[in-house]
Design a protein around this ligand. Structure first.
Ligand code: C2E
Ligand code: MG
Ligand code: MG
Length: 571
């Protein structure tokens, strides 16, 4: 054939085309013996044409594909006359390489196949970049650790194996504590360095057969395939905590961090990777809530808690959309004048199935999930609208009290939104009193004071709610521009039976007065409590003895009767 091709000018032309073709070309006869190869063939495989003519191409076999693979190729060539695909071959120097190969039959005038032409290209480069892509798709670029996708795949595989071999597995969800602050204080590059340090420390805590993953940002995970007993896993978790808590020096800063670890075990805590990962996360969140820096195994109790949380969160969202919240109002009586000075708005949830729900059942969750922001906005708006309605009805202008959560207080633009709601309802700032709990005032003191000062400057009154149970001191209060102290109802409850509580209440009243603050007692339920408070010169009271929190229309009736004046008058 080689000689044949060179026999006339047409075939010479064909030979020249063959040799200048960038792809490797090999022509065989029906029996598979090589008749012609081109220069690219020699370049790719390392064999010259003299070395291969007359041979079967089996010398190229790499051993990576079995006999069945070649059988399929031949079968397709016989039936369809062509085959295309990826194949691994061996070069003369022994290296194995991937090539993209297409083989087709050459037919004679009668349509019978007489020869086969194989055209192939070396796809090593493409393969490498493909592999690189696959690698990148499965690893964190920063830490080079397996990413979420890869550890999920490994976990799924490990579960299958563990199922067969009746083995156990452990999955650890690891989250750094307060990592955001590191980023903020020292900058992103230092944060990134820290993540690399963390990944190295994690590597030193486990064996090679375990998978460590960098899921995202400051969260990592570890799959332990061999050490699945609870005690052993606990030891590893503790080891990780110890390693991570070692100080790190980066860019001349010494940084100390800690982590929260949640652990789920296969098969006890779940038999699929989604469940195991979710349960480890829930256990980790529990650690965070309990103050970080520790580990916790998943338990069913945690799971039920999380499930309820998710449902409650969705239900709160729906309640906002469907307008199921409502405000009740509880009056505050001035003991000196006998007048109602303020109405505290208290939120209620009219659940279509469950009926009336009190704030204790949903406010804490709303705070955790930030849903308190829209709820708070709704509450402020609804209270101010109601105040406007009462003024329009000729009911003497009364101050409206609105409870604010810590989260709301840390919100940017709080002042502006408060002022705009007042303006929308054409109310003076003095018509509003914001009640904040002691802990809010103490949390992020500087920011809190700044916001309070701004509100105060604009004439909005501020009250410290539940005073006495928090950790603030009266001395501290000097810094806060508040007008009112509301003594927590737990003191009032025991006023007449517990000498300590009586003494504390009396002390709060007199010290409050020294600071020029109005002092209000919450939760007054009996005549004797009221008597004690009057005797100790308390400025005002609130409580069931005066009135329970009431819907707006019922409160109007209460105001109209004017009976409350007697309570103050009995002094
Ligand atoms: P709080 O602001 O200290 O409100 C006083 C709570 O004591 C109210 O409970 C009220 O119904 C109850 N109470 C009043 N007088 C008496 C009494 O004589 N005896 C007894 N045993 N209880 C009395 P409520 O309405 O269940 O609210 C509980 C807490 O939920 C409030 O405590 C407040 O911190 C929060 N809250 C209520 N509404 C809102 C709101 O709109 N936004 C925010 N962020 N928190 C709210
Ligand atoms: Mg309150
Ligand atoms: Mg209170």
């Amino acid at each position: 054939m080689k000689n044949l091709i060179k026999s006339d000018s047409n075939t010479q032309l064909a030979a020249s085309v063959l040799n200048h073709h960038l792809k490797g070309i090999m022509i065989t006869n029906l029996k598979g013996r090589i008749m012609v190869v081109n220069d690219a063939f020699s370049k790719i495989t390392g064999y010259s044409s003299d070395e291969v003519i007359g041979k079967k191409p089996t010398f190229l076999y790499s051993g990576r594909q079995g006999a069945d693979f070649y059988k399929i190729i031949w079968a397709e060539l016989h039936t369809l006359g062509e085959w295309q695909g990826e194949i691994w071959n061996r070069r003369k120097n022994g290296t194995v390489y991937p090539e993209w190969l297409s083989i087709s039959g050459i037919r004679d005038d009668e349509g019978e196949i007489t020869h086969y032409v194989a055209i192939f290209s070396d796809i090593t480069e493409r393969k490498l970049s493909e592999e690189r892509l696959v690698y990148l798709a499965h690893h964190s670029i920063l830490t080079d650790l397996p990413n979420h996708r890869l550890i999920s795949e490994r976990l799924a595989q490990a579960i299958k194996q563990a199922e067969r071999k009746k083995k156990k597995l452990a999955f650890l969800s690891i989250d750094l504590d307060h990592f955001k602050q590191v980023n903020e204080a020292f900058g992103r590059p230092v944060g990134d360095e820290l993540l690399i340090t963390v990944s190295n420390r994690l590597k030193s805590a486990v064996r090679d057969c375990d998978t460590i993953s960098h899921l995202s940002g400051d969260s990592f995970a570890i799959l332990l395939t061999e050490s699945s007993e609870v005690e052993h896993t606990a030891t590893i978790a503790q080891k990780i905590l110890n390693l991570l808590s070692k100080p790190t020096t980066l860019d001349q800063h010494t940084i100390i961090i800690s982590a929260s670890i949640g652990i789920s075990l296969y098969p006890a805590d779940g038999t699929d990777n989604k469940t195991l990962m979710a349960h480890a996360d829930q256990a980790m969140s529990r650690v965070k809530k309990q103050g970080c820096n520790g580990y916790q195994f998943y338990s069913e109790e945690i799971g039920i808690h999380s499930l309820e949380r998710i449902e409650l969160k969705m239900a709160i969202r729906r309640a906002l959309e469907r307008n199921e919240f409502e405000l009740y109002y509880q009056p505050k009586l001035d003991l000196k004048t006998g007048e109602i000075t303020c109405l505290e708005s208290l939120i209620r949830w009219q659940h279509p199935e469950k009926g009336l729900i009190l704030p204790a059942a949903f406010i804490p969750m709303a705070e955790e999930t930030n849903l308190i922001i829209p709820i708070g906005e709704w509450g402020l708006r609804a209270a101010c609208k109601q105040a406007r309605r009462w003024i329009n009805k000729g009911i003497p202008p009364l101050r409206i009290g609105v409870n604010f959560s810590a989260r709301q207080f840390q919100q940017e633009g709080l002042l502006e939104s408060v002022l705009s709601v007042l303006q929308e309802n054409d109310l003076p700032s003095s018509a509003l009193e914001l009640e904040i709990t002691e802990s809010i005032a103490m949390d992020q003191v500087d920011k809190g004071i700044k916001t309070m000062n701004q509100l105060n400057k604009h004439g909005v009154r501020l009250a410290i709610d539940d005073f006495g149970i928090g950790y603030s001191s009266l001395g501290y209060l000097r810094q806060f521009p508040v007008h009112t102290l509301k003594v927590d109802q737990s003191f009032i409850k025991n006023l007449t039976t517990n000498k300590d509580d009586a003494a504390i209440t009396a002390a709060i009243i007199s010290m409050g007065h020294n600071l020029n603050l109005e002092v209000i007692a919450e939760g007054v339920e009996t005549e004797s409590e009221l008597g004690f408070l009057k005797q100790h010169d308390c400025d005002g009271v609130q409580g069931y003895y005066l009135s329970r929190p009431l819907p707006a229309d019922m409160l109007e009736e209460f105001l109209l009767t004017g009976n409350y004046r007697e309570l103050a008058g009995t002094r």
